[in-house]
Structures are given as structure tokens and as C-alpha cells.
Design a protein around this ligand. Sequence first.
Ligand SMILES: Cc1cc2nc3c(=O)[nH]c(=O)nc-3n(C[C@H](O)[C@H](O)[C@H](O)COP(=O)(O)OP(=O)(O)OC[C@H]3O[C@@H](n4cnc5c(N)ncnc54)[C@H](O)[C@@H]3O)c2cc1C
Length: 138
Amino acid sequence: MLALVASFAERTWGVDGVFADGPGLSFVADDGRRRGDDAPVLVAHSTPELARQHLDDPDAAGPAMTAALRRLLDLPEPADTVVHRWSFARPTGDRAAPYLLDDRGIGVCGDGWGPTPRVATAWRSGHELGAAMAERLG
Ligand SMILES: Cc1cc2nc3c(=O)[nH]c(=O)nc-3n(C[C@H](O)[C@H](O)[C@H](O)COP(=O)(O)OP(=O)(O)OC[C@H]3O[C@@H](n4cnc5c(N)ncnc54)[C@H](O)[C@@H]3O)c2cc1C
């Protein structure tokens, strides 16, 4: 995933977050509201497809992501933009099991072990793995 951080002169939008359905963007969050300082800053996540095209040069995705963000929320030109690459931001596959615990006692857990690659999935996966390990160890 690529994350575009776009700073504006002033807040001209009225939403805290938006799930986008492309092109190029999947999610936009109001970073000033998240931090609590109300800075006019938006963070936009790319789609995996757009990220894949720009993994070697994330900055090159900046203009397309900025244009998509501006179109989505009818925004003026941002004062500043930064693109950050999150190479392992999302699991690429699905797993039905909530964790792995093999015969040697090696356990694996995380947000790839559940329906959505989110904090709640990672927490539940780790919690259930811990419980299974404790039970096995008696
Ligand atoms: C930009 C962004 C925004 C997000 N926003 C949200 C949100 O608003 N809400 C939400 O629910 N989720 C959000 N997520 C998803 C959330 O961050 C993840 O689902 C969650 O962090 C997964 O937790 P985890 O413990 O499975 O993996 P991680 O948090 O990725 O932890 C894995 C750890 O293992 C370490 N590691 C990796 N390989 C090795 C190695 N070989 N040796 C040693 N250490 C290693 C890494 O350094 C890392 O510390 C967001 C993700 C990103 C990238």
C-alpha cells in the first residue's frame, strides 16, 4: 500500500473518513481529526493495484493519488504532499484458521489470520493463539 499525506492551507471538507472505490484510492482519513489537533491534513491509502505499479518509485504515484483525492472530495491543490510506502501493509491471501500452532509448539498469528486485515483480527488471532498455547502447556 502507498499512503499519501496531503496538507492543505485550510479544511474544506466535512467528513472524517471515506471508503473510496477507486480509481487508485481505497480509503481517506482526516489526519487532523485523528490526531486531535484539527490540522488540515488528509491521509489517502492507495489500492494494492496502484501500489504494485509504483513499489520501486512511490513518489511517482503522488500526482495520480493527489488528483484522485482532489476529485473525490472536490479539493484545492494541497500545499504539500508526501508518499509513504508500506510494502507489507496488507496480507495478500485468506486463511480460514485463526492462527497456526504446529506440533513443535511454534505459533503464528496476526491480521492475516482472519476475515479482515485489521487490528481487531490481529488481536483476536493473538489472543486465541495464546489461549491455545496455555492449554497445551497445561
Ligand atoms: C497505513 C495503515 C493504516 C491502518 N489503519 C488501520 C485502522 O485505522 N484500523 C485498523 O483496524 N487497522 C488499520 N491498519 C491495519 C493494522 O495496522 C494491522 O492490521 C495490524 O497492525 C496488524 O497487526 P499484526 O500484529 O498482525 O502485524 P504488524 O502490526 O505488522 O506487526 C508485525 C511486527 O513484526 C515485525 N516483523 C516482521 N518481520 C519480522 C522478522 N522477520 N523478524 C522480526 N520482526 C519482524 C514487524 O516489524 C512488526 O513490528 C492500518 C495499516 C496501515 C499500514
